[in-house]
Write a protein that binds this ligand. Structure first.
Ligand SMILES: Nc1nc2c([nH]c(=O)n2[C@H]2C[C@H](O)[C@@H](COP(=O)(O)OP(=O)(O)OP(=O)(O)O)O2)c(=O)[nH]1
Length: 120
């Protein structure tokens, strides 16, 4: 089983969501490479995808299977420097927790979206 890390970047009480070109909101992030920790992968992916420096915080809850091969783990993070740059997604948006509608998110992300609505 390989881990995919999603990062819930929080700033001023808003969470950053990224819209996939093939549809659906997701947490920016990606696959953890061999020898990397989840945290290292999160920092690398957010730098690559958004040109953003982050500090990774707590996990948002137990991992959720994406498929037989991949499991999604989502971590809270804060932006240390810079603004996110649109590179790989079709849209980036900061959502207030009350605006988060889990139905617009990829299915594996929905428990994490619910956790965010409770925690933020
Ligand atoms: N980054 C990210 N991926 C997610 C989330 N939820 C979810 O099911 N996924 C899936 C989509 C992808 O199939 C896989 C992550 O792959 P990736 O981000 O490294 O690369 P990718 O979109 O180019 O994926 P792929 O087409 O190469 O499979 O996990 C999420 O919140 N964030």
């Amino acid at each position: 089983m390989q881990t995919v890390v999603g990062v819930a970047v929080v700033r001023d009480g808003l969470v950053l969501a990224a819209y996939r070109p093939d549809g659906g909101w997701e947490f920016p992030g990606g696959k953890v490479e061999p020898g990397e920790t989840d945290e290292q992968a999160a920092v690398r992916e957010i730098r690559e995808e958004l040109d953003l420096e982050i500090k990774v915080g707590d996990s948002l809850g137990p991992g959720v299977d994406i498929s037989a091969d991949y499991r999604l783990h989502v971590y809270l993070a804060t932006a240390v420097a810079g603004d996110p740059v649109l590179r790989e997604h079709s849209e980036l948006r900061w959502f207030a927790p009350s605006e988060l509608d889990e139905n617009d998110w990829l299915e594996p992300d929905r428990p994490f979206v619910r956790a965010l609505r409770k925690q933020l």
